[in-house]
Design a protein around this ligand. Structure first.
Ligand SMILES: Cc1cc2nc3c(=O)[nH]c(=O)nc-3n(C[C@H](O)[C@H](O)[C@H](O)COP(=O)(O)OP(=O)(O)OC[C@H]3O[C@@H](n4cnc5c(N)ncnc54)[C@H](O)[C@@H]3O)c2cc1C
Length: 463
């Protein structure tokens, strides 16, 4: 159940094991979940997840999948994956609008004093030290997927502290560095550093090499999910809203609503793999009803994304238009250009995906406010925000679509990564197995894929 990256990966893992006797039920009209994408005569474009950081050899499922689909073409002498350059983000990768100009890179150097540049250097050194750290259990201090990370108690203790408190404790608490960490937390977790576990905040920076690039496609991670969905066309039921998953004497009963006919249907299985977010799992699996405290620990951040069809868009003053274009001191995360990887001549038209998390206030209240807001109000906000950096932009926009992600991604709140609820939520209940990125404490393709694959393996063992 659930046709996002996790559920599609569960199906992928089953097929790799030679097991084809399954059905995947997805409530939406298309599979993909947070990696859903749109298409127009101009280009395909993402609605949510838009990139995959280059994996290291330890992210085995990711490397396996990328080998199968083409982006990994082999391994170098040291065993590291080699990537097809068509999919590695082309230069210029990122720029930041700060003090009236676009600058290369995302750290706001132009706004930093000498002392603040020193803080940035010290922070970078602390992160490099975590990358080099020889842990007692021989694992990386921070690995991807997160289950690969060291269980060294000193590192796990970082989960009991907020990222903002960790920065302050290290004497790194203010100025451009704090902005940069705030940007990172909003980007990956839909949260502020003060709401984020220091373990998770450090994981963001230290789990990948300093020079790490990413794989990206016009449709973002939809490139991956559409390829995961293609070979299971016959086994994928879309428009299928699951509303009950219960273990019975010799199997599992699954009740679902067929959106096309409005009829409730029942399916019997030897095992079930539930790849929906925890808040949804708690509503459809009666065995979870008594675990309200566990469910409550999974706090999900709301997001708005907008896709802008642009023609002859202004380029702005300073650094060249890039794949990722971020605005300093904006509540948004800026925009990503879906045509960036285009290999042909540079076109006049493109689609930009604008990202806006809502880290402040209560998520449920934000969701209600978001639903009540008319399209005009979102359009004005997007064009005003980007218009600061790109005057005249509104004249280049022919279409602007808005998508609301009510429960965009789980937040790694202080104490959530190793507080116990995650582990409880990941436990199978008899023949019902769980696999969703929520179970990792933060939402990344690698985590969704890992959780889906592990749940599929456990279900196959059971069968
Ligand atoms: C705005 C945004 C940007 C992001 N950007 C990135 C990025 O660039 N890179 C990255 O790695 N990650 C990104 N993410 C994180 C992204 O969530 C994960 O990468 C991944 O796609 C999550 O997959 P999942 O399968 O765990 O969850 P989901 O995508 O939540 O999939 C769950 C699926 O279950 C279905 N479902 C729910 N309830 C039911 C039900 N009752 N019956 C049937 N089906 C049901 C849903 O429709 C959905 O398809 C982003 C997330 C958001 C919100």
């Amino acid at each position: 159940m659930g046709g996002g990256a996790a559920g599609l990966s569960a199906a992928w893992r089953m097929r790799k094991a030679g097991f084809e006797d399954f059905t995947l039920l997805e409530l939406d009209a298309e599979a993909g979940g947070n990696a859903r994408f749109g298409e127009s005569p101009v280009t395909a474009y993402p609605w949510g997840a838009h990139y995959l950081p280059l994996p290291d050899a330890g992210a085995e499922y990711v490397v396996d999948l990328l080998k199968e689909l083409g982006p990994v073409t082999g391994r170098d002498a040291a065993g590291r994956p080699v990537f097809d350059e068509r999919y590695v983000c082309h230069a210029p990768e990122e720029r930041l609008y700060v003090h009236g100009r676009w600058e290369e890179g995302l750290f706001p150097r132009a706004a930093a004093s000498r002392a603040e540049l020193d803080s940035w250097a010290r922070f970078s050194e602390r992160i490099a030290a975590f990358r080099r750290l020889k842990t007692r259990d021989g694992r990386p201090a921070f690995g991807v997927p997160m289950e690969r990370s060291s269980r060294d108690p000193e590192l796990l203790a970082l989960d009991r502290l907020s990222f903002a408190d960790w920065l302050a404790r290290e004497g790194l608490g203010g100025g451009p560095l704090l902005w940069y960490c705030d940007y990172a937390c909003r980007d990956d977790f839909g949260a502020r550093p003060a709401q984020t576990s220091a373990w998770a905040g450090l994981h963001y920076f230290a789990s990948r090499p300093a020079e790490a690039s990413e794989l990206t496609w016009p449709e973002g991670n939809g490139w991956l999910t559409r390829r995961l969905a293609a070979p299971i066309k016959e086994r994928l039921r879309t428009g299928a809203l699951v509303f009950r998953v219960e273990e019975v004497r010799d199997g599992v009963e699954v009740d679902w609503l067929d959106a096309a006919t409005g009829e409730a249907r029942r399916m019997s299985a030897r095992a079930a793999v539930v790849c929906v977010p925890r808040f949804a799992a708690a509503r459809i699996v009666p065995a979870l009803a008594a675990e309200a405290a566990v469910t409550a620990a999974f706090v999900c951040a709301p997001w708005m994304t907008a896709n802008l069809h642009v023609t002859d868009a202004p380029r702005g003053v300073g650094a060249e238009p890039s794949w990722d274009n971020v605005l300093h001191k904006s509540e948004s995360l800026g925009y990503v250009d879906a045509s960036h990887q285009a290999m042909g001549p540079v076109g006049r038209s493109s689609v930009w995906t604008y990202y806006r998390p809502f880290p402040d206030g209560l998520p449920a209240e934000n969701r209600a406010k978001m639903l009540a807001r008319p399209w005009e109000s979102w359009k004005d906000e997007v064009l005003t925000d980007l218009g600061h950096a790109l005057p005249g932009l509104e004249r280049s926009v022919s279409r602007l679509d808005v998508w609301l992600w009510g429960h965009g991604m789980v937040r790694p709140s202080v104490g959530f990564m190793f507080g116990g609820e995650r582990a409880l939520a990941a436990r199978p209940r008899g023949r019902i197995h769980f696999g969703h990125s929520d179970l990792s404490g933060f939402s990344l393709f690698e985590e969704a894929q890992y959780r889906g694959c592990k749940a599929a393996e456990a279900a196959l063992l059971r069968i």
